[in-house]
Design a protein around this ligand. Structure first.
Ligand code: R5P
Length: 290
């Protein structure tokens, strides 16, 4: 119980130190609520302003992808080097110990499997209450800009943004690229800008030529996916170029967990993202660690 008598008199009001007014460092998030900012600060490192997300949600459309045959074996050695674990609720609940205490980017859309003739159909499969129960720092929604189901995927995104805004959870809009979709600056500018204007607080897309004009035209942070497995040196070059061109980090999967040494590769990517290492320095780090 609070005492009424015998208390030390309050006297240190720091009268010579005015309250510091700081702006929030995450692009486009200045006017978000405290809880939203707190979650964004779990995603984007306050020192570098960037993030390394480890994506291992591939099983939700591809089944047991190479490198992710056993999530319980693949993820624990990598988790210490990731800022964010990006996955499905099934993977997180069954294979990610809550003691890792990492920021979670929770995939909340259910999309068609790789066996389906049209990969652009999806719906919201995870309600926001389950995202809260999982202590998600971010909700992830797939969109298919330019596909037959474009509007349906925009509705999924808007629904989750409305739900996320109610509870202070940012939404990461993903620009999926289908077989028939372009991978040009023009396409990625259009797609990322649309998702940001719909209200997504973070966008995930792919790196392309002229990427600095994609990030410049997008009012919120962009992270890049890694794409199909390519040689480590090339991936580190892509990561370096993306950061140089204004990306706020990576959300990388196959080029990490399918690397000949996933932990070394993740640490090398980390050096590029957080320590401004060049691609050559990061590749040397990879070679020395592997
Ligand atoms: C895309 O939506 C997938 O679910 C992956 O999360 C994403 O493509 C990142 O993984 P990767 O670096 O393997 O492309």
């Amino acid at each position: 119980m609070v005492d009424k008598i015998g208390n030390i008199l309050a006297k240190d009001y720091g009268l010579d130190r005015p309250v510091e007014q700081k702006s929030f460092y995450v692009k486009g998030a200045e006017h978000c609520d405290w809880g939203m900012k707190d979650r964004l600060a779990r995603i984007f490192d306050p020192k570098s302003g960037r993030t390394v997300m480890l994506a291992f949600d591939h099983g939700y459309i591809m089944g047991p992808t190479a490198g992710l045959e056993r999530l319980d074996l693949a993820i624990p050695p990598l988790a210490p080097y990731a800022d964010v674990l990006m996955a499905t609720r099934g993977a997180i609940k069954s294979c990610v110990p809550p003691t890792f205490n990492k920021a979670i980017a929770l995939r909340c859309t259910t999309d068609t499997s790789v066996l389906h003739e049209d990969l652009s159909y999806g719906h919201v499969g995870v309600d926001v209450e389950d995202a809260i129960r999982l202590n998600a720092s971010c909700i992830v929604v797939q969109t298919f800009v330019g596909s037959k189901n474009e509007v349906g995927s925009f509705k999924n995104l808007s629904d989750m943004i409305n739900a996320g805004n109610r509870y202070g959870i940012p939404v990461m809009g993903v620009t999926a690229v289908g077989k028939e979709m372009e991978r040009t600056k023009r396409y990625f500018q259009l797609a990322t800008r649309i998702l940001a204007e719909l209200g997504a607080q973070v966008i995930k897309t792919y790196y392309c030529e002229g990427f600095e004009e994609v990030t410049a035209a997008c009012p919120v942070p962009i992270v890049i996916a890694g794409g199909k497995k390519t040689p480590e040196k090339e991936v580190l070059e892509m990561a370096y170029n993306a950061i140089r061109d204004g990306a706020a980090g990576v959300d990388m999967g196959r080029n990490i967990f399918q690397s000949e040494n996933p932990a070394a590769m993740l640490r090398a990517v980390r050096a590029v993202v957080h320590e401004n290492a060049s691609a050559e320095e990061a590749y040397d780090l990879f070679l020395s660690l592997k």
